[in-house]
Design a protein around this ligand. Structure first.
Ligand SMILES: C[C@@](CO)(OP(=O)(O)O)[C@H](O)COP(=O)(O)OP(=O)(O)OC[C@H]1O[C@@H](n2ccc(N)nc2=O)[C@H](O)[C@@H]1O
Ligand SMILES: Nc1ncnc2c1ncn2[C@@H]1O[C@H](COP(=O)(O)OP(=O)(O)O)[C@@H](O)[C@H]1O
Length: 258
């Protein structure tokens, strides 16, 4: 029989990413997140007789740091979850590059939670799933809501759907492992600035294509200068009309061809 328990786990880009404030060791963002329709991992739950939680996939990390394993640990006390994953293994076909600013790990955790909610019949709302997901990573709530485009604020926990046409996005990911924590650290020490409330409102109301016509790569992403100072080789990839996603290392452009 065909396996029906299979879902796509999409990548995202940050059309713009501005810092609004500090919150303890973290930073509050004002950002537009957009799903990348042509870049996704594939997650499936497959019947298995191993009788142990099993996550199969090509990951650059050990099981304890795997975002899907972290998400599993947060829901395993719900009725039926442990039993289900003793009898089904989790398979992840990885296509989204890691350390890329494309949210691959966060997306996997969100898709896993959405699937577990469905197949273990947990009846959790999107808001409840999002709360659980935010304990795994800042970008998980965006992926829980499954919006094509959304304004994301706070440390990622406030996600508001943004209505606009679906964008055709092309990404390139240099083989540079950008460390998100280090980039935020140097941002706070050397490049710190906060977006004003008026400027934030203006960007949050604008269509993604209009934002990218108005801003250049540094104006669109407050973390780019910090990333460049730590990884100067990123500048080799700068090209007209290409922008920087998250804390890198991916660049992206909108394809206006269609
Ligand atoms: C910057 C963003 C924007 O989409 O993108 P990515 O480059 O990861 O895709 C994310 O918010 C990243 O979220 P995530 O990758 O989950 O970050 P975490 O692992 O939670 O954080 C790693 C470290 O970065 C710093 N950090 C992270 C998020 C944030 N809003 N403020 C921070 O200061 C903290 O020092 C934290 O210890
Ligand atoms: N399921 C997963 N898929 C990808 N990366 C994961 C996963 N679980 C944990 N990680 C780890 O998360 C970190 C990068 O996260 P990822 O979301 O892929 O990139 P980024 O935060 O740059 O968008 C790496 O340390 C990676 O090994």
């Amino acid at each position: 029989m065909k396996n029906e328990m299979i879902e796509k786990s999409y990548a995202k880009v940050n059309i713009f990413l501005k810092i609004a404030d500090k919150r303890e060791n973290y930073h509050e963002l004002v950002s537009r997140f957009v799903r990348v329709h042509n870049l996704y991992d594939i997650i499936s739950f497959v019947k298995s007789s191993r009788k142990a939680i099993t996550i199969i996939g090509d990951f650059g990390c050990e099981i304890n740091s795997n975002t899907v394993y972290k998400a599993y640990n947060l829901i395993k006390h719900f009725y039926g979850v442990e039993e289900f994953f003793l009898n089904h293994e989790i398979k992840i076909e990885k296509n989204i590059p890691e350390f890329a600013g494309l949210g691959g790990g966060s997306s996997n955790a969100a898709t896993f939670l959405i699937m577990a909610n469905k197949y273990c019949k947990l009846n959790l709302s999107k808001d409840e799933l999002s709360k659980i997901g935010s304990q795994v990573g800042a970008d998980v709530p965006f992926f829980i809501y499954e919006y094509d485009s959304a304004n994301v604020t706070g440390i990622g926990e406030i996600v508001e759907k943004f209505d606009e046409e679906i964008l055709d996005i092309k990404t390139i990911t240099p083989k540079i492992k950008c460390n998100t924590g280090e980039i935020f650290k140097i941002f706070r020490e050397k490049f710190y600035k906060q977006i004003s409330k008026d400027e934030a409102k203006k960007l949050l109301d604008m269509k993604s294509t209009d934002i990218l016509k108005e801003l250049d790569i540094k104006q669109a992403n407050d973390l780019y200068e910090s990333a460049l100072s730590l990884y100067p080789q990123l500048s080799d990839y700068e090209k007209k009309d290409w922008f920087f996603s998250g804390s890198g290392s991916s660049f992206f452009r909108i394809n206006y061809g269609k």
